[in-house]
Design a protein around this ligand. Structure first.
Ligand SMILES: Cc1cc2nc3c(=O)[nH]c(=O)nc-3n(C[C@H](O)[C@H](O)[C@H](O)COP(=O)(O)OP(=O)(O)OC[C@H]3O[C@@H](n4cnc5c(N)ncnc54)[C@H](O)[C@@H]3O)c2cc1C
Length: 538
């Protein structure tokens, strides 16, 4: 396996590391530590290619950041910053395009100011000022968007851009033990909210791969998906009520376990990507911390055989908390298997009962579907354990890969089972062709991250040799080819990465026209000055 220094610990035990010293990428400080020769050799060996150069991020003092166009008003002075480094760190998310541009110190689209509200009334004051002064307002959680969701790429006659960073709103405000729910502020990152819930013996158990840095507000605004692969995949399922500050006033739903009273106000905010208002807090369903776990890995001939085994599991009403089906390339590149075979990673958990019996039933179904049990249990060096470490270390490893000249990006979608086989091959082949044409070589691997009774979410990773200085064009060409293939074959442009600015064109073609008209009308009535994250989603 290619390992990254600073790799995060097991899910749920992650602490935020170095967020303050970070200058570039996921966790790279300035000056960046050198990349050892043996790491570069390992990259070349696993991938079959590698660049003969390594690039260090341009340090803050040499970065290009346009001067701020907006003066800080005295009444809001304690909430606003025009510090160039602060503005640079709020310019981008974490897509490959973002990493390349920030690596080169290019922050031409930096926000003019960064705001850090401490209360809902601070958010109200900020939005009122932005509306009056015609300033675009971009809510910012952890800045882990991979679709241009937080980048101030704003067209129109705005006088400037204010990025609203929610990091000071990060408390668990209340816990209702009777209903098993918690009121959590939007700026809480995964580790921050889990740390506070742990004091009550509770957990949200929502683990996107970006858990360490992404926030509750970001999860709600993008309809993020966590590690639960078979049941409560999206954050949507955990929501009791959401509160947001909009330019038209406070949007607060009632706390209810369910309601049939018309369209759901929460569903309007879920996936709104900062275009309607700033989500400030929400009531979420929480659960007792799991005490029992069981794990196993099963090898299959290919991804389709693994997917077919999962279909059999679901039909037998076996729904493990975690399931990831990796194709042969992904199992090999992550080091989970030493030969090229597909791998199904299985994880069960419960707060109330041992999981060994259910695991046994699951393994019986896998065997009957042609699977070979590779290991079970959490022993070190197991395929499941190696894959899990690679999964949590991936954002750190990505910093190394990008600096070492590897084009490294992912995209994801969803499709119903009856089209699954043809769909995956079509998207994979089209993307592979584009990678070969644009980069000359490279890998396109696929894993399935979420499973439904009627379909699943295929997730693709592209690793290819980058041409220094030409990376953005290289990725843009591959991305267009992949996105066109997804849409043509009937998939969605995103299962959980959201629309942002980068997927807008394909989202526009995917959604029904009357729905688009309704969305635009809703936005115009709630945000008449059009200040909320212009250019994202709509
Ligand atoms: C390494 C890596 C792994 C990832 N893994 C996953 C994964 O497993 N599952 C998944 O779903 N996604 C994943 N993502 C994508 C990303 O983490 C999610 O989209 C996440 O929900 C973004 O949260 P954030 O707090 O970082 O939001 P940001 O990136 O700060 O913002 C994202 C969008 O939400 C809006 N927004 C943020 N906060 C608020 C708020 N309080 N009110 C209103 N709007 C707001 C922003 O304006 C923007 O449009 C991954 C990203 C990376 C880099």
């Amino acid at each position: 396996m290619i390992s990254a220094t600073g790799a995060a610990a097991e899910e749920g035990q992650l602490e935020e590391s170095g967020a303050n010293e970070r200058w570039w990428g996921w966790a790279t400080p300035s000056p960046a530590p050198p990349i050892a020769d043996d790491v570069r050799r390992a990259i070349r060996e696993r991938l079959g290619f590698g660049a003969d150069w390594v690039e260090d991020p341009v340090p803050p003092e040499r970065a290009t950041i346009a001067p701020s166009r907006v003066a800080i008003p005295r009444a809001l002075a304690e909430l606003l910053s025009d510090d160039p480094r602060d503005r640079a760190l709020h310019t981008y998310g974490q897509s490959y395009r973002d990493l390349v541009r920030s690596l080169r110190g290019s922050f031409e689209t930096a926000p003019d100011l960064v705001a850090r509200p401490r209360t809902e009334s601070d958010v109200e004051r900020l939005l009122a000022w932005c509306s009056e002064e015609r300033l675009a307002a971009i809510p910012f959680g952890g800045g882990t968007s991979v679709v241009g969701g937080v980048e101030p790429r704003v067209e129109g006659d705005y006088r400037g851009v204010v990025t609203i960073d929610l990091s000071r709103l990060a408390r668990v405000r209340a816990v209702d033990r009777e209903s098993l729910a918690a009121c959590i502020e939007a700026g809480a990152t995964g580790p921050k909210l889990e740390q506070q819930l742990r004091a009550h013996g509770l957990t949200l158990r929502f683990y996107p791969q970006s858990f360490e840095r992404s926030t509750l507000g970001g999860w709600l605004a993008t309809r993020a998906a966590g590690h639960f692969a078979t049941f409560q995949q999206h954050i949507d399922e955990l929501v009791e009520s959401i509160t947001a500050v909009t330019p038209a006033g406070l949007w607060q739903s009632r706390r209810l376990p369910g309601s049939g009273a018309g369209p759901s106000p929460d569903r309007w905010l879920l996936g709104s990507e900062g275009t309607l208002g700033v989500i400030t807090h929400a009531w979420l369903r929480v659960r007792p911390r799991p005490r029992y776990r069981a794990r196993a890995s099963v090898a299959f001939g290919d991804l389709h055989a693994a997917a077919s085994a999962v279909r059999s599991l679901l039909r037998a009403e076996l729904e493990p908390a975690n399931l990831r089906a990796l194709d042969a390339d992904e199992a090999y590149v992550t080091g989970a298997l030493d030969e090229r075979r597909a791998l199904l990673v299985i994880g069960l958990e419960s707060a109330v009962e041992q999981q060994e019996g259910e695991l046994e039933q699951i393994l019986d179904v896998c065997r009957a579907s042609g699977g070979e049990i590779v290991d079970r249990g959490a022993q070190s060096g197991s395929a499941e354990g190696v894959w899990r470490s690679a999964f949590t270390a991936a954002p750190y490893l990505r910093d190394l890969l990008v600096r070492a000249g590897v084009l490294c990006e992912t995209f994801e979608t969803a499709i119903t089972w009856e089209r699954f086989g043809e769909f995956v091959e079509r998207v994979r082949q089209t993307t592979r062709r584009a990678v070969e044409e644009v980069c000359g070589a490279g890998l396109v691997s696929c894993r399935i991250t979420h499973f439904y009774p009627d379909g699943c979410a295929p997730y693709f990773t592209v690793l290819a040799p980058a041409r220094q200085g030409d990376e953005l064009r290289q990725w843009d060409e591959i991305k267009v080819a992949a996105s066109e293939a997804i849409l043509a074959a009937g998939g969605t442009i995103t299962h959980h990465h959201a629309v942002g600015r980068d997927h807008r064109e394909w989202y526009r073609r995917q959604r029904p026209v009357p729905f688009a008209t309704a969305l635009a009308a809703a936005k115009a009535s709630i945000d008449p000055a059009g200040i909320m994250n212009p250019g994202a989603l709509l």
